[in-house]
Design a protein around this ligand. Structure first.
Ligand code: KG4
Ligand code: ZN
Length: 337
């Protein structure tokens, strides 16, 4: 069956067409407008989604060489995300499914990041089998999830404050780097020494994360250095990026190891925007070899927000017999929050 996916939870308008789990197109229009403000401005995001949604869906259909009448299923992100942005995608998806007389399936954005592992294209065919552990790291959420099967996911650990992506973005902002900071830090860190500077790691018991202390520690450290050397950031940019990245990855991996050891599960996956990070991917592979895990990282095009992951997650829900009704409203926070 041909499936349309629609993702508008934050600042990327995306539409994808799948043939079962195979990606035929995955169009992403990112919104330049937010760069001026160093972060996403919700009102501007929903307006840009309104402008983008029709051309983006149209382009996705054209690239896939599929007409709207060939579609059998419409899937969309119901939440979590920005309310105005979610409303644009959900209204569009509902209208289209109603107009075409085909079923509709709503998808949870964080679950979709995980199910991106089940997408198939010429580069990606291998996927984890149930149950597996997934470290889902995005701009808004950080979770360690036990994926029991395609309908049952248990969150074992989560951040109690900032998400890992937020830690990257806020650290970048402190250094005066552009938004979103994660990919910029990743790039600059390639030339830096990860052990040049050290930052305090949180001591949170159990499987939960905390990243707000790290942000404060980076802020105070840089502020103190600037007092004696106004060019401190400029002169140490690569080392700062490498050290910050190393600390975030270290925090993420330590808890993941604890959870995986306790679970006895040996299949471990990464998902979400931060899973694009080269140091995190490398750490997973090294730790995985040491611990005897079989590791899975999504292909780079499917790490940050995209509609292909929405379509595959929706397709899996559809197969389990689920159908959405038109009265569903978006949710801004994660279910269990
Ligand atoms: O999953 P995502 O696209 O959006 C949300 O659902 O939030 O994640 C976006 C986050 C941002 O914080 C961004 O800085 C981060 O993913 N990110 C990265 C990299 N690429 C994206 N962080 C570190 N290294 C990267 N290469
Ligand atoms: Zn996301």
């Amino acid at each position: 069956m041909y499936i349309l996916g629609i993702e508008t939870s934050c600042d990327d308008t995306s539409a994808a067409v799948l043939f079962n789990n195979r990606v035929l197109s995955n169009v992403i229009a990112d919104q330049e407008v937010h760069r001026l403000y160093g972060g996403v401005v919700p009102e501007l995001a929903s307006r840009a989604h309104q402008q983008n949604i029709v051309p983006v869906v149209d382009t996705a259909l054209k690239q896939a060489k599929v007409t709207k009448n060939q579609l059998s299923l419409v899937t969309y992100t119901r939440g979590p995300g920005l309310l105005g942005s979610l409303l644009v995608g959900s209204s569009f998806a509902k209208t289209l499914s109603l107009g075409l007389g085909i079923p509709l399936v709503d998808v949870d954005h964080m679950d979709a990041h995980i199910f991106a592992h089940f997408l198939e294209d010429e580069h990606q065919q291998r996927h984890p089998s149930f149950p597996f552990i997934c470290l889902t790291v995005s701009g808004g959420h950080t979770q360690i999830v036990r994926v029991n099967n395609d309908r049952s996911l248990s969150i074992i650990g989560r951040t109690i404050d900032d998400a890992a992506g937020e830690a990257f973005d806020k650290a970048a902002k402190i250094m005066g780097l552009p938004y979103p900071g994660g990919p910029v830090i990743d790039k600059l860190a390639q030339e830096g020494d990860p052990f040049a500077f050290s930052f305090a790691e949180p001591r949170i018991p159990g499987f939960n994360y905390s990243f707000s202390g790290l942000k404060t520690s980076i802020l105070y450290f840089i502020r103190d250095q600037l007092k004696t050397n106004p060019a401190f950031i400029e002169n140490n940019k690569a080392d700062l990026c490498a050290s910050i990245q190393h600390t975030i990855v270290d925090i993420l991996m330590k808890k993941l190891v604890l959870v995986v050891r306790e679970s006895g599960i040996k299949q471990v996956a990464l998902a979400g925007g931060v899973s694009a990070n080269s140091a995190l991917r490398k750490a997973l592979s090294e730790v995985g070899t040491r611990e005897g895990w079989e590791v899975f990282v999504p292909r780079l095009g499917y790490t940050t927000d995209n509609a292909a992951m929405i379509a595959v997650a929706g397709h899996m829900k559809y197969h389990s017999g689920y159908r959405a009704t038109l009265d569903l409203s978006p949710y801004t926070r994660q279910h269990a929050d």
